[in-house]
Unconditional design. Sequence first.
Length: 463
Amino acid sequence: MTKVLIIDDEIEMAQNCLRLLKPLGVKTMLATSAKQGLELVQTEKPDIVLTDLMMPEMNGLQVLAAVKEWDAEVPVIMITGFGTVNSAVEAIKGGAYDFITKPFSGEQLRVTVERALNQRKLKEENARLKRQLEALSFSEIVGRSSALLKTFELVKKVAPMDTNVLIVGDSGTGKELIARSIHQHSRRSQQPFVPVDCAALSEELLESELFGHERGAFTGAAGTKLGLLEVADGGTLFLDEMGELSTKLQVKLLRVLQEKTFRHVGGTKQIEVDVRFVSATNRDLIAAIKDKTFREEIYYRLNGLAIMLPPLRTRTGDIPLLAKHFLEQFNARNGQTIKLSREVLHFLESYAWPGNVRELKNVIERAAILAEEGTIGCQDLPPEITGDSAEPVKEGQSFTWANAGSVQRFSEAKERWIEIFERRYLIELLRRHHWNISKAAGAAGINRKTIQRLLAKYHLGRE
Ligand SMILES: Nc1ncnc2c1ncn2[C@@H]1O[C@H](COP(=O)(O)OP(=O)(O)OP(=O)(O)O)[C@@H](O)[C@H]1O
Ligand SMILES: [Mg+2]
């Protein structure tokens, strides 16, 4: 129900307003001092505030400023006396929605209040539609590989349910992005999404972050603090790096998962919460369960459904899309129009990306800064991508473009260097002929089939 708060030190005037607003069918509340009024603003969260301009202690303009600071969206209507037009103008400048001059009729008051309420509803509706629109697409998640499309399908299916979801993937594969998108596609989307990094804090700090604490619960606990579990009430709690939770916190969290209640550190009151858990990990938790560092019950509670995010190297087709996406972002931010050369795309596609999408994003941003003449070229890529570095290759590690410069045995090395030159020659040849295979073959005096075979050998074919 819509709540209207009236602040006026003249009780008769205030009661008169109450009576006049009755036909609107709104809930009215009355405060006879600015202080009491501001308390009600915080506890009752009225949809609209009517305040007298002239009051002892604190005048209407100060009330206006305080209300706006608390919630800028609440419309404030100023009630002004005869001859205070200047202050009324000041009130409008200070963000008041409107003013109404005493004496006024019931009709005048009701029209002003209704107009403010309608405007507020309109604003809220717009904000809601905008959020819904954003939530209904995966527009910020780039990729068309079948692996990612499958992930979208899973997200769409699981998001509207209240199932807890575990997202498993290597560092930088987009776990947090997917977690946010699950929240956005859920019926909790209007409620908070609260991320907690379980690896970033000590056990004590994480405990008080998650569960909150009472004043004096431990040294340094100066006041009562809400736990993130409460902050996320009605919404989604994102437990990032969930595999790093200590055994003690696992046990405490298990209780929350089972009973949906918890207590502040140092507190006795049971607090009820309704939270959906989305967790992320890059650890093999099954192994952790086997060696007893992770509790099986909590794993199964958090893992209502698992979403696996594959490493970037297994979805090569997404690389050019992502690279272009990050470059567009960079260009938009910096008002530039930098482009990617085709050759660069091929290097990007054949690199292993141990840091996954995050690494790709960093590489693109760095290259865009280095780029000369508006195009990113090979010289703007780090050596590990162009194969110019000499990282030692470990025993059993497979030969890749990235570690080509560091193979140990000579015969092996020779063969691989030939491959490197062959590959480089091929890229250069095709680049000169704008990737037209017939022209390139003609110029090099070899047939098209040879080029096609080499393209396949070096994974240079398009998807
Ligand atoms: N498919 C994608 N489309 C667009 N941006 C992406 C995609 N995947 C990841 N990113 C971007 O890459 C970066 C890393 O993603 P994110 O933080 O979600 O990864 P993460 O798996 O949580 O990584 P970590 O394990 O290191 O915390 C972010 O800037 C994110 O926006
Ligand atoms: Mg993350």
